[in-house]
Write a protein that binds this ligand. Structure first.
Ligand code: AMP
Length: 484
């Protein structure tokens, strides 16, 4: 992950993968990263260890391009390797930020790949720079490297634990040293990380189970919130150095970010999305002739909506898969163009019909506005927009890219204002309790919410120390609720 710093202001979403004990470790990591490509399309990297040397290859671009060369793969020889895909959304993109990061420390080589976002990285960084640390990147992950490097503890594990005790935020990390591979999650388990195993006994870490499937690995279990899993020639060891509060897994992984064929924290992402669609139909049903998803992210929820509402489901919008995600484009002008490049109306399914459009979320409103227009231009009689998440009113500081609050449509408009903005005949979002019911819960427990839903509630479960300029009191208050 990357932190705001100077001009190289980047934010990212990411995927991580690692394997220990396989002769073709790096090739397996490349496959795993390929399955995690949806978590980051901007850059990819692998660090491999062959018992004597660490080798790294990092590049901008997709996994298939970055690791297509036999020469590159041959250099990444060894029985252990970790990898990373990165999704930076705006600002300068520079190779020195591409992960895994690697450094030679006093105990030997140390590679690290991070999914999430540290919320006190800038505060720590200022202290470390004063102490003489020289940062090579603008990545918040590098803070962890320096904390490990400068720790006064003895063993590499104790140094790592020392570092983890100082960082705040969301992190699923995979790390590699000359004697072990490590996988760890922050105490609230905001971002996902799973442990898998191949038939030959080699062990795997991955952000999502779809990356285990691609290499034929079996799912063993989720790495637990606050847990460090150590894989070495001596087997598997689990450490729990943190007092584990109640976990707060990111609910947006289920709504949008994870792949629908993944099982995340014991729940099938596809099933959850279908359930959200069914809840939406129960909560905000409308007379209509056809249910149409905004592809791809609206598809499972539309299927659930259509089945519950007993309205035919049709692919009334076709997506061109050969363009990147809309959000990759840095300016609003290009983003507008990106939406047109990406979607086209399937006229015969739309003309003369009352259409329910289903998408996973509205962020700035750009996509919804374009799609509603496109569907009207294709001859729809009515267009009813249904959204498979509550209104996105707050920015995420834990590793999912959302723009500043001022750019979030729901932060500045009520539902009627949003409906007017996107020019739909009606607009409805799933309720918070409806979302929690779709997750198999009775509803949201306001006293102890079961998930991190800060993007919908402003209830930030981890201090936002950097955001509040290092003001500890403010930061503590933010743990309860950021209202503004
Ligand atoms: P917007 O056009 O700004 O309202 O963004 C909403 C669209 O972007 C929806 O179709 C979502 O599928 C998609 N989306 C939502 N959150 C994200 C995100 N963090 N990164 C990329 N795309 C997103």
């Amino acid at each position: 992950m990357t932190t705001p710093f100077d001009d190289d202001h980047l934010r990212e979403e990411c995927g991580v993968f690692g394997i220990y004990g396989h002769a073709e470790a790096a090739r397996h990591v490349a496959l795993g990263l390929h399955a995690l490509q949806h978590r980051g399309q901007e850059a990819a990297g692998i660090v491999a260890f062959d018992g004597a040397r660490f080798q790294a290859h990092r590049a901008m671009g997709h996994v298939s391009e970055t690791f297509e060369s036999d020469r590159v793969m041959a250099e990444l020889s060894g029985y252990a390797a970790i990898g990373h895909v990165r999704y930076a959304t705006f600002g300068a993109t520079i190779l020195r930020n591409v992960q895994p990061l690697f450094a030679d420390l006093s105990f030997g080589g140390f590679g690290i790949a991070h999914n999430g976002n540290l919320t006190n990285a800038m505060t720590l960084r200022r202290k470390l720079v004063k102490q003489g640390c020289i940062f090579q990147s603008t990545s918040d992950t590098e803070t962890i490297l320096h904390l490990v490097a400068t720790s006064t503890k003895n063993s590499e594990i104790d140094r790592l634990i020392d570092a983890l005790h100082q960082i705040e935020g969301a992190y699923s990390l995979v790390a590699l040293t000359s004697s072990m591979m490590l996988g760890m999650r922050d105490p609230l388990g905001v971002r996902p990380l799973v442990l898998g195993k191949l038939d030959d006994g080699s062990m795997v870490f991955a952000s999502e189970t779809c990356a285990l499937d691609i290499i034929g690995a079996d799912f063993v279990r989720d790495v637990e919130p606050g847990e460090i899993v150590i894989i070495s020639d001596d087997g598997i060891q689990s450490l729990k150095p943190f007092q584990s509060p109640r976990p707060r897994f990111c609910i947006f992984e289920h709504i949008y970010f994870a792949r629908p064929d993944s099982v995340v924290e014991g729940r099938s992402v596809y099933d959850v999305r279908k359930q959200i669609g069914a809840e939406l139909a129960r909560e905000s049903g409308v007379d209509a002739d056809v249910v149409i998803p905004v592809p791809d992210s609206g598809v499972p929820a539309s299927i659930g909506y259509a089945a519950e509402a007993r309205i035919p489901f049709e692919l009334g919008i076709i997506r061109n898969h050969y363009v990147g995600r809309t959000f990759i484009e840095p300016t609003q002008q290009i983003r507008n163009l990106g939406v047109k490049l990406k979607h086209n109306a399937n006229r015969p399914q739309i003309a003369g019909r009352r259409v329910v459009l289903v998408d996973d979320s509205i962020v700035r409103g750009t996509t919804s506005l374009k799609i509603v227009q496109m569907v009207r231009d294709a001859g729809a009689r009515e267009v009813h927009m249904r959204i498979a998440s509550p209104p996105t009113t707050h920015s995420c500081f834990y590793g999912v890219d959302t723009p500043e609050r001022s750019q979030l449509l729901a932060a500045t408009h009520d539902i009627e204002g949003m409906r007017k903005f996107i020019q739909a005949d009606s607009l409805a979002f799933i309720s918070m309790d409806g979302l929690y019911r779709a997750m198999g819960e009775a509803g949201r427990n306001p006293a102890a919410p079961q998930f991190c839903d800060a993007c919908f509630t402003g209830d930030y479960p981890v201090s936002l120390t950097d955001h509040w300029g290092g003001d500890e009191d403010q930061s503590r208050r933010s743990r309860v609720k950021i209202a503004g």
